[in-house]
Design a protein around this ligand. Structure first.
Ligand code: C5P
Length: 419
């Protein structure tokens, strides 16, 4: 998307409603400005109970606005709504979502939302009970059906010390989503972005938006210790690079610090919760999603805030299951989106891969026997079988991970061009 009126700098209205996560809106504001976006902050009255207007005055591209009545212009909402290339609401409370879904327009933020034709992104944040309430989910369904992008909350620590789903997505994920929708993916410092006219975009994935996850997640025990697995991220990175070579717009969500080619947009994440948030945000606009990451199946129920010491005795570590990201991606996938997962197994490889294919609702499941020589974790080679939801079975003999990546993308291309 190019800014309206041919303006070089996209104009983004940053709406802030009254939740504790409003403090993260400050970081979103700063990052968007750093990425070259003109940010016009609009705060609800009650948002200022959580974070001051002066902070947004200082960090935004123009003074923050709160009222329909105190600007020189008598109609600030239409000025903002018409000028906006995008509006992002950080955080979006249950109340804000309800008012927006019902077209209530009783303050500057809601009138601006109703007075715009620009894309809107909402970032809900609330307690788990509120998040799960039917009214909230219904309002979100209404907003989604109108084209609003929802950056879903993650699981984590909530206000008051509770733990559950409802914690707003991290600023990096929100900013990445906004830049993606503005067609500016990679405008943030650490990312690449686009083909830059360098002639890479010549293959059979030109114009296709591919999201790949890679690496093993790290689940914190305390600030210095974590649970992880043997995944090196090599196969996921090889997939991202192969997709780039074939002309795709590639986003790589990775737990590793491996070097990545310019042109791949990178989200660096650590835990399953961070990977979940990034994958949900990134997959909303993707044509192809490939979960090559080895997501931890279990994580400590609660991490200690400070380092554990042996003089205090052996801690009792309670584990809980992590969310199954791939299954959820399967449930919420866009029409026509191709979804692929990996099954790393040591026995009954085919049976388990096919069972997972069905259970997770994916198009392709790439199975590898990680007990075989030269295969899977940390090797530069891999040998896989690609199972399709259409019943197809493709064996790929032992090859470099780059060649395996191309074999997987061949199957993806076939699905993309299927009627
Ligand atoms: O069930 P299993 O872990 O074997 O499934 C592997 C596939 O599911 C991989 O594609 C992996 O990325 C994905 N997965 C996930 N979330 C989890 C566990 C696995 O997305 N919590």
């Amino acid at each position: 998307m190019t800014p309206q009126d041919g303006r070089a700098q996209p104009f983004v209205v940053l709406g802030v409603s009254a939740g504790i996560a409003a403090f993260k809106a400050v970081e979103v504001c700063r990052r968007l400005v750093d990425a070259g976006i003109h940010v016009a902050p609009v705060l609800t009255d009650r948002a200022t109970r959580f974070v001051g207007k002066a902070t947004f005055d200082a960090l935004g591209s123009e003074p923050a606005q709160m009222s329909l009545w105190d600007e020189a212009s008598p109609i600030p909402h239409t000025r903002l709504g018409q000028r906006a290339d995008l509006i992002v609401v950080v955080p979006a409370t249950a109340d804000l979502l309800a008012r927006y879904a019902n077209g209530l327009a009783d303050d500057l933020l809601t009138t601006t939302l109703v007075a715009t034709a620009a894309p809107v992104v909402v970032c809900p944040a609330m307690h788990t009970e509120m998040w799960e309430h039917a009214s909230v989910q219904d309002n979100l369904a209404v907003l989604r059906s109108r084209g609003v992008t929802v950056v879903p909350p993650a699981e984590g620590r909530l206000a008051g010390g509770d733990v559950g789903t409802g914690r707003m997505a991290e600023p990096s994920v929100i900013v990445a989503t906004v830049l993606e929708l503005l067609g500016r993916a990679g405008a943030e410092g650490h990312t690449g972005g686009g083909d830059g006219g360098d002639g890479l975009a010549t293959g059979d994935l030109v114009g296709v938006r591919v999201v790949v996850s890679a690496g093993g997640t790290r689940e914190p025990i305390d600030p210095v210790r974590f649970i992880t697995n043997r995944s090196s991220g090599k196969q996921g990175h090889a997939l991202a690079e192969a997709a780039l070579r074939r002309g795709a717009d590639v986003v790589l969500v990775t737990t590793t610090d491996r070097a990545v080619s310019d042109g791949v947009t990178v989200d660096r994440v650590d835990s399953a919760a961070e990977m979940e948030a990034a994958m949900f945000a990134r997959s909303q606009t993707a044509d192809v999603v490939i979960m090559a990451a080895a997501v931890a199946d279990f994580r400590p129920k609660a991490a200690w805030d400070s380092k554990l010491h042996k003089v205090d005795g052996v801690p009792e570590l309670l584990l809980e299951a992590t969310p199954d990201i791939l299954s959820e991606l399967g449930r919420r996938r866009r029409k026509g989106q191709v979804l692929a997962g990996f099954a790393a197994e040591t026995e009954q490889v085919s049976e388990r891969a096919v069972a997972k294919l069905a259970a997770k609702g994916v198009d392709l499941m790439v199975a590898n026997d990680v007990s075989a020589a030269g295969v899977g974790f940390d090797h530069d080679t891999n040998e896989v079988t690609i199972f399709g939801a259409d019943g197809s079975v493709n064996g790929v003999p032992l090859r470099t991970k780059d060649a395996v990546a191309d074999a997987i993308l061949d199957r993806v291309c076939a699905l993309l061009s299927a009627p």
